[in-house]
Design a binder for this molecule. Structure first.
Ligand code: F6P
Length: 322
């Protein structure tokens, strides 16, 4: 009987549980034994595993977070640090390893795949959406909708007091959440790490928006846009324009909550495809969905390439911000 290990790694993301459920149940249906590794790569180093059956994943689809727990594991960055994981996979005779995680995790998955006989696939899951090889990562849609819900609420108070708001959303090195939540939330401007802003231009755009009669002026800032994030932007705009503003940092609220239908369906598609890929003998790939099709990208390629955001969306935002 083949044996599969499964873990979640890095920042948790809504929909990870749906992916766990899909992987476990598809593997069991194919006659594969399944063990869950707790606490991500740290658990893999420590051999912290549990046996999983169909009931282990019952009633979890609607839950945020990950029932397997996760970790940010510094030891995993070096070959020596990863050695106990290689030894565990060998000793426990693990044929397949499914890793559910984001861009940081990809570094570890790619490195580990070169050091072990165990076949590895990664299912991309992070709220940041910054994994190459898939249009969307599991958790992104939920995070955008959580941010949007907050922006809509902020709009009520901004409108009532004719106020300028800077809303900071997550995205350490990527502006995907900021761009989508900003467009959907009717932001005047979106500040993202992929684009270097001119603060004079930004200040003029905000002043013009008020001159045109805007009652609520919302700018969405990706946390990775600059050191100091939205507070720094507010300070600089105040210095240039004299305009008072309020800052709201959405932070970890975006990581929690029940996954949207889109995230659950994506998680199920990718979870099933992960098992099929392994059974077809493929190894060391990220399973993604591009234009509605399942796509397999080598881990090494996904690690090296940076996912580009859609600059057309930036143009759209400018066109319709009014
Ligand atoms: O998982 C991605 C992410 O939420 C980023 O958007 C954010 O910068 C980071 O994780 C925060 O990580 P932590 O919860 O470890 O502080």
């Amino acid at each position: 009987m083949a044996k599969l290990a499964l873990l979640t790694s890095g920042g948790d993301a809504p929909g990870m549980n749906s992916a766990i459920r899909a992987v476990v149940r598809t593997a069991l249906a194919k006659g594969i034994e399944v063990i869950g590794i707790r606490h991500g790569f740290s658990g893999l180093l420590a051999g912290d595993s549990i046996h999983m059956n169909s009931r282990s994943v019952a009633n979890i689809m609607h839950l945020g977070g990950t029932i397997l727990h996760t970790s940010r594991c510094l030891e995993f960055k070096t070959k020596e640090g990863r050695a106990p994981a290689v030894a565990f996979l060998d000793k426990a005779k693990v044929d397949f390893l499914v890793i559910i995680g984001g861009n940081g995790t990809l570094q570890g998955s790619a490195a580990l795949s070169e050091e072990t006989e165990t076949k590895i696939v990664q299912i991309p899951s992070t709220i940041d959406n910054d994994v190459y090889g898939t249009d969307f990562t599991i958790g992104f849609d939920t995070a955008v909708n959580t941010a949007l819900d907050a922006i809509d609420r902020i709009r009520d108070t901004a409108f009532s007091l004719d106020r300028l708001f800077f809303v900071e959303v997550m995205g350490r090195e990527a502006g995907f959440i900021a761009l989508e939540a900003g467009i959907a939330g009717g932001a005047v401007e979106v500040l993202i790490p992929e684009i270097i802003e001119n603060m004079d231009q930004l200040s003029r755009s905000i002043q013009d928006a008020f001159k045109r009669g805007k009652k609520a002026c919302i700018t969405v800032v990706a946390e990775g846009d600059r050191p100091g994030g939205a507070f720094e932007v507010a300070k600089e705009v105040k210095a240039l324009t004299g305009l008072d503003s309020r800052v709201c940092i959405l932070g970890h609220t975006q990581r929690g909550g029940s996954p949207t239908a889109r995230d659950r369906v994506l998680a199920i598609k990718l979870g099933v495809a992960a098992i099929e890929t392994l059974l077809q003998g493929e190894n060391a790939v990220v399973i993604g969905e591009v234009c509605g099709q399942i796509v397999r990208t080598p881990l090494k390629e996904a690690r090296e390439k940076k996912k580009q955001l859609d600059h057309f969306l930036v143009e759209l935002l400018k066109l319709v911000s009014g």
